[in-house]
Structures are given as structure tokens and as C-alpha cells.
Design a protein around this ligand. Structure first.
Ligand code: KIV
Length: 315
């Protein structure tokens, strides 16, 4: 028995609410690349099977299993807490929902910084054990060797430039990037470098709209913006931000389309009130046994009650 026995196969899609439907046609990285300048690319995060199903039903092209899972659902205050194990775990949960959307696994901090071998192994885990169809990693030209290594392993890579949360300490906080001409020029050069290296798309996060616009015009791969204005080839937001499932504070670039946390509190309050008043569960929400069996059971309990009473008397 080999020592590493856990992650040897792509997770089998289980039917989560889609049992009898045929296997859907999956969105692929080359299809996303071909969307450059075409219909806008719609991307949203998801970290588990139910949210992946919701994103897929809504028509997402790409479901990003972002390392934001750490702040959004695991209670950490940054993405630096994400490990490759955490990312594989959540990517596999999303992949088991069997979405049509491309499942994009995020490479966490330090999973692609040390060596090409480690980088490829970690990207491979997101694909093999996590079921991702592509991976994303943060950073500019200095990450090109990592990008090349992953591409050499036949895994499509998406780049991520601008306000890259894994660089929070190096950036001195979560700050919009590329506000000065020289910094913008560096970002544009990074975008060219990554595109030339072969990424199939670029997330542009927290950059002025004009910078995103220049990159979108100049670079031959689709740009997907988050806090990068309206000129990108697509947009991405965090699932919980869109649906109002997170905290009160959200960044300026978030548009909230629902307040599901408020709805959830109201629903749970109603449940608890029904428990208090005894109207939950109703007869229809209760399992029953045939009346004859119930009669026999009542007889048993009466008989055992009197046996227990006799025993107590004797002692
Ligand atoms: O982890 C994440 O959610 C991301 C998006 C913000 C693009 O990388």
C-alpha cells in the first residue's frame, strides 16, 4: 500500500439535485479565453456544493473557489490562513456539485512560491483531488516561472493582479494599486508578461478603471474585474457579498443584490417561535406507526411499568 493513499482520483460527481439529468457540457478554460471582447464573463466565488449549485443555476461561467474562503466562511481576518489542504477540501465540495461552470481553484499563499516542483504538485492537487478545471495565482512578472511550470503540467492558469490580498503585508494594507502612473505602468507590464506566458485570463482587483481599461484593450486575454471598473471583459464578486450573507461592511465595489442574512434570521426566528408554541412539528411533519403496533407498544410500556413498580416494591 503506497504511503499517500488519499488523493488519487478526480472526485466523482454526485447527484446533488440533478439525479436524472445528463452530464452537462462543461465550460473550459479555452472557451473563456475565446470570450475575449465577446459576451461578458460572469464569475462568482463559491466554497461548497449548495452555493456552487446556486451559482451554476444562475448562469455563472466560472465558479472561483477563492482563498477568500478563509475570511468569508472560516472566520480568519485574511487569506494568508488558506492552505492547500483547505483549498482542496472546498474545491472538491464545489466540484461534487457537478456545475457546468468552470471550477477555478485558487492557489493559496506559499503554495507556488518555493519551487516549481511544489507549485506543480499543489496545482495538481487542486485538479486531481479538488476537481478544478483551472487554477488561479496572484502576482505579476515574478510569478511567470510558477505560471510556466503549471502550464507545462497542462493545467490552465488564470493570473491575478492589482490589490492581491496575499501581498497584504508587502502592500502595507488592502490598498487600491496602480494609482500613480509609474505603478500603473508596472501593472500593465505585468499583465503583458502574464498573457505572454500563457494565462487564459486575468483577474484585475482594486485598480483604477483607466488602468483596467488599458490592460483590457492591450492584452489578448480576457480581464475579469473586481473593483476595477466597467471596462473589463468580465466581473467577479464574492458570493456572500452579492447575497448579503456576510457582515455589514463591504468594500465600495460590492453591489449587494439581496439581504439573505436578514431573511435567514427572520426564518430562524419563526422556527424557534413555532418550537416555543408547540406548533412545530405538525402531524404531517411527524412519522407514524400502524395503530396495531402502537397498541402493542403501549401494552409493553404498561407491562414494563408494572414490572418496574413490582421490582421497586420488593427492594
Ligand atoms: O479569493 C477570492 O475571492 C478572489 C477574488 C476576490 C477574485 O481571489
Amino acid at each position: 500500500m503506497p504511503a499517500q493513499s488519499v488523493e488519487h482520483s478526480i472526485p466523482q460527481p454526485v447527484a446533488v439535485g440533478r439525479k436524472d439529468e445528463p452530464m452537462p457540457q462543461k465550460v473550459t478554460a479555452p472557451q473563456i479565453l475565446a470570450r475575449k471582447g465577446g459576451p461578458k464573463i460572469k464569475m462568482v466565488t463559491a466554497y461548497d456544493a449548495p452555493s456552487a449549485l446556486i451559482a451554476d443555476r444562475a448562469g455563472a461561467d466560472i465558479i472561483l473557489v477563492g482563498d477568500s474562503v478563509t475570511n468569508v466562511v472560516l472566520g480568519y481576518d485574511s487569506t494568508l490562513a488558506a492552505t492547500i489542504d483547505v483549498m482542496v477540501h472546498h474545491t472538491a465540495a464545489v466540484a461534487r456539485a457537478n456545475p457546468k461552470a468552470l471550477v477555478l481553484g485558487d492557489m493559496p499563499w506559499l503554495s507556488y512560491h518555493a519551487s516549481a516542483e511544489e507549485t506543480v504538485n499543489n496545482a495538481g492537487r487542486l485538479v486531481r483531488a479538488g476537481g478544478a478545471g483551472a487554477v488561479k495565482l496572484e502576482g505579476g512578472r515574478k510569478r511567470i516561472p510558477a505560471v510556466r511550470a503549471v502550464l507545462d503540467a497542462e493545467i490552465p492558469v488564470m493570473g491575478h493582479l492589482g490589490l492581491t490580498p496575499q501581498s497584504v503585508h508587502a502592500m502595507g494594507g488592502y490598498k487600491v494599486q496602480g494609482r500613480q502612473a509609474h505603478a500603473a505602468y508596472e501593472l500593465i507590464s505585468d499583465a503583458h508578461g502574464l498573457a505572454d506566458a500563457g494565462v487564459f485570463g486575468l483577474v484585475l482587483e482594486g485598480v483604477p478603471d483607466v488602468v483596467a481599461s488599458v490592460i483590457t484593450e492591450e492584452v489578448q486575454v480576457p480581464t475579469i474585474g473586481i473593483g476595477a471598473g466597467a471596462h473589463c471583459d468580465g466581473q467577479v464578486l464574492v458570493f456572500h457579498d452579492v447575497l448579503g450573507l456576510g457582515g455589514e461592511w463591504t468594500p465600495k465595489f460590492v453591489r449587494r443584490y439581496a439581504n439573505l442574512a436578514d431573511d435567514a434570521v427572520v426564518a430562524l426566528e419563526r422556527f424557534f417561535a413555532d418550537v416555543d408554541s408547540g406548533v412545530f412539528p405538525s402531524d404531517e411533519e411527524t412519522y407514524h406507526m400502524p395503530e396495531e403496533s402502537a397498541e402493542i407498544l403501549r401494552g409493553f410500556t404498561q407491562a414494563s411499568d408494572s414490572l418496574l413498580a413490582d421490582e421497586a416494591m420488593e427492594n
